[in-house]
Design a protein around this ligand. Sequence first.
Ligand code: ADP
Ligand code: ZN
Length: 756
Amino acid sequence: MSLVPTLVQLNRPLPPLTYLAPEGLPAWVRVRVKVRNSAALGLAMGEDPRVPTVKLRPIEAVLDPFPLLPPPLRELLAFAARYYGCLEAHLLPLALPQALLPRWEAEEDGQRLSFFRESGRWASLAELGEAWHRDPGLLPTLLHRQDLRGAGFTEVRLTGRPHPPRVTPAQAKVLLALEDSGGALMESELLASAGVGTSVLATLEKRGLVERMKRMDLLGPRREAGVDRTVVLSGEQREALEGVGLGAFGVHLLQGVTGSGKTEVYLALAERVLAAGKRVLWLVPEIGLTPRLLDRLEARFPGRVAVGHAGLNAGEKHGDVVRLLGNDADLFVGVRNAVLAPLRDVGLVVVDEEHEGSYKSEEHPRIHARDLAVKRAQLEDCPVVLGSATPSLESWHAAQTGRYKLLRLRERPAGVTLPKVEIVDLREAYRLARRKVILAPTLMQALTDTLARGEQSLLLLNRRGYENFWMCRACGKALGCPHCAISLTYHRGDFRLRCHLCGFEAVPPEACPDCGAEHLRGVGEGTEQVEEYLAGLFPAARILRLDRDTTRRRGSLEAGLLAAEQGQVDILVGTQMLAKGHTFPKLTLVGVLNADQGLKVADFRAAERTFQLLTQVAGRAGRADLPGRVILQTYSPDHPAITFALAQDFEGFAAAELPYREGLGYPPFTALSLYRAEAETAQAAREALDQFRQRLSIPGLRVLGPLEAPVPRVRDRWRLHLLLKGGRGALGEVLRRHPLPPAGPVSLDRDPVQFG
Ligand code: ADP
Ligand code: ZN
């Protein structure tokens, strides 16, 4: 058996490396290699045609008998790697858990596999793989794993805290193993793959670099199938259903107000697709926010649904992927990364709430799941349905210009009316009260009345903590994070000033650290303060606050939402997580305390996001048989994001906003590539971008910057941006002609969503 130079990609910031591997080894097979002195999982990507100039090391082992990813998914990963400027190996953990390894030796199948391996018959193995992709029943024990569904095992995750400059070699092995596997592993696997003892983990845990969590099995008996209410689709819903051509690629935008019955349309489509023997990939922005959806799916398609989300532990992820690769689940619901799930024969892709920012990854690889969902549908040759009450302007524009097919639901079924929306001018309220107003009289009165009627209210304030920041009245300085260029937020419950970017925290000082004056005061109320304020005003009311601080524990958000749904809460206070996807039968009043908060952000999508948030939260009021009322408190009652939300007029908003985008050359009229530089000094970051900019030689681009990022320093690293505007083709050309060095200070964010 001869060995030939073979390209091997690692999930690390390194270019593909060359090792000696068996001749004929197909691309996309995982291998184990030694890098420096530790073992790593690599992705073999075919022979390296270059003549080797150094002595090559052989790989340690071939882990897969053939590529485990279904062919269209391999194509999708290759596309995404090209588009986002990363390696396929960087995307691989999103599709296939690293620790999911086939068993070569298992039973009869296994003996055949190892026999082929020993005789170097990789082509025969590849053929077997193709056959297995058509019918996984051919190798029933290939991926069999026992003991995965036990009740509770310990998982180790990276906390995301920046690595300190010095760690021991043993600690580095653990951190690398975790990074390779996407941030989390079961403790036993981690210890085995890093070859270290538990004391290393304990030290890392003490240093705050990893956390250990006891996890229970989520996919167990939790979801008892609810009763499936079959609804008779309305005329509009039937039209939408018939408007989706099954069996061929096509992109559809389903626009309909919240509660207009979009989910029923997806369900009816899924039913047809499953009946035709195909599978359904269903993306949602966040699983925790859609417990009802899971019930509805399980009720409609009992035993055929698998669920994937970020909260799953390593064992649960395996379990799901094993089910998918065994063709054992026909409908896969999941969040962002699920777009790369190894589901076969996909006949429909659904992207619910397609406008949500959570579909975009904010860390490497910075994929956009909505865009990849469209690409995946193209590769699977099936329809994709993007649904929303407030579509992204990108998707809306595509529908307006005929690239996407527009389907609309204008009515809520069963005659449920949209709530009445009013505006309270906070400038006026301030003039009358002569001081800061948290609740203007109109909202206060509405809250009192709603409580008296025994109905529920929801108050939205998109800012957590007690006070947004502390400042010194003597010198005017705000207390800032020592590691980031933002101010610290006061959390009264645990008496801490905390940085919302890096997690730094400190006990609040008595005096100003700069001038020594004892005149510190808090500015800008957050949800914690509003909760306290409400408790003082309405001592008998049952108040529940839901924000990232109160829902850290797994399951607490679901528990809170359930309590609210069952009417055990009178006033819900919280951040935007309250705006999404729930039905609260007794909710009749929605108040937004500061509707223009999101407008101040330096981001061309600020108005779009504000409009979406206000419209979505307004849609929470009065869904059942009780009429709803929505009150928006604002300092800018004439801003289009506010006035169109008042009228709940998506089309009007889009028509008003799109010309601005066109005039300024922003998406959907041009594409963006954001080159982000991060370095220990601003100077180094700027130089890296300057150099990149000087080399650029592609015509038809507009280049802005280098400029400081809106938050110019995070975790002691300076951040600068270079923004490229142009056509997709030109931006792709930049990527090909000017590839970035893998571990350099500059990284690429294509189609950026967050500019912070
Ligand atoms: P959306 O996804 O647009 O928010 P849903 O599909 O969740 O809307 O529908 C909202 C509510 O209306 C659900 O309780 C759903 O069961 C109900 N519903 C939807 N379509 C119909 C229909 N044709 N007849 C009766 N009820 C319906
Ligand atoms: Zn910080």
